[in-house]
Design a protein around this ligand. Structure first.
Ligand SMILES: C[S@@+](CC[C@H](N)C(=O)[O-])C[C@H]1O[C@@H](n2cnc3c(N)ncnc32)[C@H](O)[C@@H]1O
Length: 262
């Protein structure tokens, strides 16, 4: 959709209604797709990904494999992997209806696996359909229901991309609180590959290193969008080590960030 048209929808708070109509169209189209049994309700898939059942399953598995490679590389460097006889812990924060985490018990058998999301419906569905993962609901704002230094790894795929500036700072501190010293946070964020989607004023803010937030819809929902320039992300995690910032190689792909707790 054209940028100016989206701007008008946002201005008049119509984005969520139009998004729901869009879901209806996608749902009609998806009727021809193959839907297997252990899949979440169609709206959950649309809300957190895109309404294509085969792609949802395949991409979820591919993403889990992709994450495992990063974890092996960056956690080994830190020697946490070398600690013997101790089960490691991993948290998928903003796990949605389980697209990625459903693959983790099989792919990461040496880990205790946890998932959290603020959407109670996803968490209820996950508890009933995904085995060998502990699921928790959190609120839109911190805290998480875990003690300090609980996790070796925390990952959040496209979660900060739906939060306000206040919550960027609150949640980065909260993730650091529940992360072990030396542990890693893996994030995907809206970086330079999304610059062509920004309006002129937004682009000026972004280029000045400021967070851009489109907040005319409900925070946390897919229609609430935040764009994170490099300078801003470094401020969020100041005092910790940025071990990787991998810029997206193509348009509309998110940047990868890995932060190690100092
Ligand atoms: C784009 S979806 C991505 C879902 C999942 N990470 C994936 O890759 O399939 C964004 C997710 O972030 C969750 N979310 C948004 N704000 C949150 C918050 N404050 N705490 C926990 N989860 C949140 C939403 O409920 C949703 O599941």
């Amino acid at each position: 959709m054209k940028k100016w048209f989206i701007g008008i929808l946002r201005k008049f708070h119509l984005m969520k209604s139009v998004d729901f109509l869009r879901y209806g169209l996608h749902y009609i189209k998806s009727k021809h797709n193959h839907r297997t049994e252990n899949l979440p309700p169609s709206y959950f898939i649309y809300e957190t990904y895109q309404l294509d059942y085969d792609k949802y399953l395949k991409d979820g598995k591919d993403t889990a494999l992709w994450l495992r490679d990063y974890f092996a590389k960056y956690l080994t460097v830190n020697n946490i992997m070398a600690e013997e006889n101790k089960k490691k812990t991993i948290l998928d924060w903003g796990c949605g209806p389980g697209r990625v985490i459903r693959n983790m018990p099989e792919l990461m058998p040496d880990f205790d696996i946890y998932g959290a999301d603020y959407n109670e419906k996803y968490i209820d569905w996950n508890k009933q359909h995904i085995q060998n993962v502990k699921f928790y609901k959190n609120n839109l704002t911190p805290p998480l229901p875990f003690k300090e230094e609980s996790f070796d790894i925390i990952y959040a795929i496209s979660v900060f991309t739906h939060l306000s500036e206040e919550n960027h700072f609150a949640w980065s501190q909260e993730l650091l609180r529940v992360l072990k010293k030396g542990g890693i946070i893996f994030l995907t964020l809206h970086g330079d590959a999304f610059k062509d989607k920004l309006l002129k004023k937004e682009l000026q803010l972004y280029d000045a290193g400021k967070l851009v937030v489109r907040d005319s819809n409900k925070e946390g929902h897919r229609t609430f969008a935040a764009f994170q320039p490099e300078k801003f992300v470094r401020q969020m995690f100041i005092g910790n080590e940025i071990v990787l910032h991998e810029k997206a190689k193509r348009k509309s792909q998110q940047d990868v960030w890995i932060i190690r707790k100092s």
